[in-house]
Design a protein. Structure first.
Length: 73
């Protein structure tokens, strides 16, 4: 896999912040956060990137254009 683009940070209160290229894209709480952390424990880098991509869902659909950019098409 290429260089990692996803990263995560777990907080003491059980939240998991997943970032993409340094920007927070998803916050997991409760059972979702616990399930993610259990799956992430011991996962290799490629598996962890895939896990974070799945956890973020389809966050880029439609909102990847920056402010002031015209829509193409």
């Amino acid at each position: 896999m290429n260089a990692p683009v996803f990263d995560y940070r777990a907080t003491k209160d059980g939240q998991v912040f997943i970032t993409w290229q340094g920007k927070t894209v998803t916050v997991l709480r409760g059972a979702s956060a616990a399930k993610f952390l259990a799956a992430a424990d011991g996962a290799d880098d490629d598996a962890l990137q895939l896990l974070m991509a799945r956890a973020t869902g389809n966050f880029k659909r439609g909102n990847e254009k920056g402010r002031g950019q015209a829509a193409i098409g």
